[in-house]
Design a protein around this ligand. Structure first.
Ligand code: DGL
Length: 269
């Protein structure tokens, strides 16, 4: 395995950029190939079989870019496809759910944890199970927030519409006296300030991206895969549709990093 090869990072859209941002912050020497499946988003309303098929195609594409490791920067795909694809893959793959669960179990003081995510992620029950693996007495309350991904992809990050919808979604969690809430979809950190306003200062908001980057760094070190010579084209972005729109959003999340985006036909993989 070439230690100077890039890390593959993927999501259904722009959400995974919140994970890429954290990787860039924590391990700035590592090159990244990012793929956003903008033609087939959202994943949160799809079946397990479809999510596995889409993720498998993306991993095939990333392998053509000779990636040395893959980060599934999508909770929905981590919930449904990680186990299957990990078993098939020659390169190490990590998701975001384990790290988010670990952090939530560590930071909660009263053991009452909220999780917000896509319908598919919430339905999978993966956060409850993983959090309880770390903290067996934890009480986990989950809430699907299906409109958030569209609001974020529409750029309504600081809009009264988003605030209204968010208030409705999380009002139920507020009655459960949670002290920690996992943003269990990689799109959600982009509306963090709205969530913070609604939940108040006493609820710790967990962004799984932070620990995912720590886990990735440790993995690269353990496998002797840390980059020694950064290639000229350090960051590359690919999507399955709407390359220009993606570029403008990506620039607002990663201003110094994004130069352009290439569109590929993911169904070919
Ligand atoms: N950003 C993804 C996640 O973390 C999926 C959003 C979607 O496509 O529904 O779950």
């Amino acid at each position: 395995m070439d230690r100077n090869a890039p890390i593959g990072v993927f999501d259904s859209g722009i959400g995974g950029l919140t994970v890429a941002r954290e990787i860039i912050r924590q391990i700035p020497d590592e090159p990244i190939v990012y793929f956003g499946d903008t033609a087939r988003l959202p994943y949160g309303t799809k079946s397990k079989d479809t999510i596995i098929r889409y993720s498998r195609q993306i991993i095939r594409f990333l392998n053509t870019q000779n990636v040395k490791a893959i980060v599934i920067a999508c909770n929905t795909a981590s919930a449904y496809a990680l186990e299957t694809l990990e078993a098939e893959s020659a390169v190490p793959i990590i998701g975001v759910v384990r790290s988010g669960s670990h952090m939530a179990a560590q930071v909660t003081r009263n053991g009452r944890i909220g999780v917000i995510g896509t319908r598919a992620t919430v339905k999978s029950g993966i956060y409850e199970n993983t959090i309880r693996g770390y903290k067996p007495d934890a009480e986990v309350f989950s809430k699907a927030c299906p409109l958030f991904v569209s609001l974020v992809e529409e750029g309504l990050w600081h809009d009264s519409v988003t605030e209204e919808i968010a208030s409705r979604y999380v009002s139920e969690l507020k009655t459960k006296f949670i002290d920690t809430m996992v943003m269990g979809c990689t799109h959600y950190p982009l509306i963090r300030s709205t969530l913070r306003k609604i939940m108040g200062e006493n609820v710790t908001l967990v962004n799984p991206a932070y620990e995912t980057a720590i886990e990735l760094k440790a993995l690269l070190e353990e496998k002797g895969l840390t980059c020694q010579r950064t290639p000229e084209e350090k960051y590359q972005f690919f999507v399955s549709d709407q390359a220009e729109e993606f570029t403008s959003f990506a620039k607002s999340i990663l201003p110094e990093v994004v130069k352009g985006t290439k569109k590929i036909n993911i169904e070919e993989f």
